[in-house]
Design a binder for this molecule. Structure first.
Ligand code: M1P
Length: 250
């Protein structure tokens, strides 16, 4: 299916989710939803986030996949084009059970030895295309996640954890990406947000725009933001995204 109903059918605009379309882990505003619906009359739109689809639906709405032409969860390891699921690759198949077991055991031991003000549950979230590691545990409350983020800024819990993983698993070609507030993603090198670009190749877009807030080196938007085929836009907040969209496309 092509995009001939758009005024600019050969332009694709991709958005990061947290900090770009919504505040971190919170829901999309009516203003942003309406603007995207208008934008979709002009160009082709998609989202690409590190989170899995269930979290993205909490933020963008249960019908997230229908509101966008392309939906990319886990950097595009789970992907939809106009509501239809595209083929995906699997982290566990890539790494193998034996290596994964060693990695998971190391992570859980490391967290057991961490002295944090609080710990909750779900320290490793096993996803299709990556694992997500959270020292405090993913099922902490919203105030607890804000508190952990502040604590981490002072004590560098996550950067030190990532260093320990790099030192102990040098033979695994893994990337560790601190994209949110309480966790980091672990995936094979190359399975960053540029992974999603392979799903849009056959559409031969003349322009691909990307909006993200973590566009600095080390941020989880950096690779796609600096990709040679992509026009990158660095934003500070969803309000900033709205401002730039209005300037560029309306
Ligand atoms: O989208 C950015 C990140 O959002 C969440 O991070 P956190 O829970 O730490 O704020 C996670 O879903 C993470 O995988 C994702 O990269």
């Amino acid at each position: 299916m092509s995009f001939v109903d758009r005024t600019r059918p050969d332009t694709l605009v991709l958005f990061d989710v947290d900090g770009t379309l919504t505040p971190a882990r919170l829901t999309i505003s009516d203003e942003m939803r309406d603007l995207l619906a208008d934008l979709r009359k002009r160009v082709v739109i998609g989202f690409v986030g590190g989170s899995d689809l269930s979290k993205q639906k909490e933020q963008l709405g249960e019908n997230a996949v229908d509101l966008f032409d392309f939906s990319f969860s886990e950097n595009g390891l789970t992907a939809f084009r106009q509501g239809e699921k595209l083929p995906s690759a699997s982290f566990i198949q890539w790494i193998g059970e034996e290596e994964y077991k060693k990695l998971a055991n190391f992570i859980l031991h490391y967290i057991a030895d961490l002295d944090l003000p609080m710990k909750r549950g779900t320290f490793i979230e096993f996803r299709n295309g990556m694992i997500n590691v959270s020292p405090i545990g993913r099922n902490c409350s919203h105030p607890e996640r804000n508190e952990f983020e502040k604590f981490d800024k002072i004590h560098n819990i996550r950067p030190k954890f990532v260093e320990a993983l790099r030192a102990n698993f040098p033979h695994l070609d893994l990337t560790y990406s601190i994209g949110g507030q309480i966790s980091f993603d672990v995936f094979p090198t190359g399975w960053d947000k540029t992974y999603c670009l392979r799903h849009v190749k056959d559409d031969n877009f003349k322009e691909i725009h990307f909006f993200g807030d973590k566009t600095f080196k080390g941020g989880n938007d950096y690779e796609i933001y600096t990709h040679p085929s992509v026009i990158g836009h660095s934003v500070e907040s969803p309000a900033d995204t709205i401002r730039i969209l209005k300037e560029l496309f309306f």
